[in-house]
Design a protein around this ligand. Structure first.
Ligand code: CU
Length: 99
């Protein structure tokens, strides 16, 4: 009985992973000049489907986006940032991107 429960839980977890593909993309964002700019970037990205979390930093000139790759892709995210007047340049995500 216990074994069946474990099997069911395992299938539940993998089923969830199959439905939602969590990915992260990081951008250098050029053109942010004041405290409102990161908020504008965030709002623009959040309008897209499949966005889980967005951080945008004026000090670091960057944005980090967690998204579901089955609903949205990095190019659409870049276009959303560019579309509100900035320039998003994809970069390798590392610890410096966060925070
Ligand atoms: Cu601004």
């Amino acid at each position: 009985m216990r074994r069946i429960q474990i099997v069911l839980i395992t299938f539940g977890i993998f089923g969830f992973l199959a439905l939602a593909r969590a990915e992260q993309v990081c951008f250098e964002v050029q053109g942010m000049t004041c405290a409102t700019c990161p908020l504008t970037v965030k709002a623009a990205v959040k309008k897209l489907k499949g966005i889980r979390e967005v951080t945008a930093s004026l000090q670091k000139n960057n944005a980090v986006v967690d998204f579901d790759s089955q609903k949205v892709n990095a190019t659409e995210i870049k276009n959303a940032i560019d579309g509100v007047g900035y320039k998003a340049i994809p970069q390798v995500c590392n610890q410096n991107n966060k925070g």
